[in-house]
Design a protein around this ligand. Structure first.
Ligand code: HEM
Length: 210
C-alpha cells in the first residue's frame, strides 16, 4: 500500500517536472512577436539594410529614410545627416501638408513648414505662428530667413510626397531647433492648396530623428 502510494506520488512529481521544463523552456517554434507599428509608434524603416542615397525628387525610395511615423492621414519620414535632417511628408490627401515644430501654446510658437502642391508646382513655406490659432506669416516677412533646402514635391499613384532638408539648428529666431531623439510637433492637413485656409485635420505628436 505504502509503496504504491509512493510510486504514484513520484510519477506525479516527474510529470510536474516535465511540465515545468516545458513551460520554462518556452518550448515553442513561434518566433518572438515584434511590437505593433500602428499609429503613433516610430518605425525603423531600413530594417538594418544599408541606406540609399538621399535624393530630393518628391518620392520616398527604399532605404532613403531611417524613421517613419504616421500622424492621422499623413506620414513623415526622417533621416539624420551631418548637422541636417532630411524630411519627407506624404499623404493620399490633396491640399496642404504641414509640420509645426515645438509649438508652445496651441499653434503659437510653432515653426510651421507648409508644403503645397498646386498642379505640378511644389512650394514649401517656412513660417512661424505668432498667435494661439495663427496667423503664421513667412519667416522672411518677420525679419527671419528661409531655411528649407532642396525642396521638392510630386503626386504619384494617388500619393503626394514632399522632400526637403533643413539644418537641425538654423540659427533663425523664427525656427525651432530640431534634436536627435524626440521632437514635439504639431501637424495639419488642409483640404485646399490655399495655405491660409483652416485645416481639415490636425494634431500633436513626436517626430523621431536618429
Ligand atoms: C492655415 C491657417 C490655420 C488656421 C486658420 C488655423 C486655425 C485653427 C483654429 C481656429 C483652431 C481651433 C479649432 C480646432 O481645434 O480645429 C486650430 C487648432 C489647431 N491647429 Fe490650426 N490653423 C491653421 C493652421 C495650422 C497649421 C499649419 C497647423 C500645424 C502645423 C495647425 C495646428 C493646429 C493644432 C495642433 C490645433 C489644436 C490646438 C489645441 O487644441 O491645442 N494649424 N487651428
Amino acid at each position: 500500500m505504502t509503496r504504491r502510494r509512493t510510486g504514484s506520488r513520484s510519477g506525479l512529481g516527474i510529470l510536474m517536472m516535465i511540465l515545468m521544463v516545458v513551460i520554462l523552456c518556452g518550448c515553442s517554434s513561434t518566433p518572438s512577436a515584434s511590437p505593433p507599428s500602428g499609429p503613433g509608434s516610430s518605425q525603423d524603416s531600413t530594417n538594418g539594410t544599408q541606406l540609399a542615397a538621399w535624393n530630393s525628387d518628391g518620392m520616398v525610395s527604399a532605404n532613403e529614410y531611417t524613421q517613419s511615423k504616421r500622424f492621422g492621414d499623413l506620414e513623415m519620414f526622417t533621416r539624420l545627416g551631418d548637422g541636417v535632417v532630411h524630411i519627407a511628408i506624404q499623404s493620399k490627401k490633396e491640399g496642404y501638408l504641414s509640420l509645426g515644430i515645438r509649438p508652445e501654446e496651441k499653434m503659437m510658437g510653432g515653426d510651421i513648414i507648409t508644403c503645397v502642391l498646386d498642379g505640378t508646382k511644389a512650394t514649401i513655406y517656412d513660417t512661424y505662428a505668432i498667435g494661439t490659432f495663427g496667423p503664421h506669416p513667412d519667416d522672411i516677412n518677420q525679419s527671419g530667413s528661409y531655411d528649407i533646402m532642396e525642396g521638392s514635391g510630386s503626386r504619384q499613384n494617388g500619393v503626394t510626397t514632399f522632400e526637403f532638408k533643413r539644418r537641425l539648428d538654423t540659427g533663425d529666431k523664427f525656427d525651432k531647433a530640431l534634436v536627435v531623439g524626440n521632437n514635439p510637433i504639431m501637424w495639419a492637413i488642409g483640404s485646399s492648396v490655399d495655405r491660409t485656409t483652416r485645416h481639415s485635420s490636425r494634431g500633436f505628436g513626436d517626430l523621431v530623428i536618429k
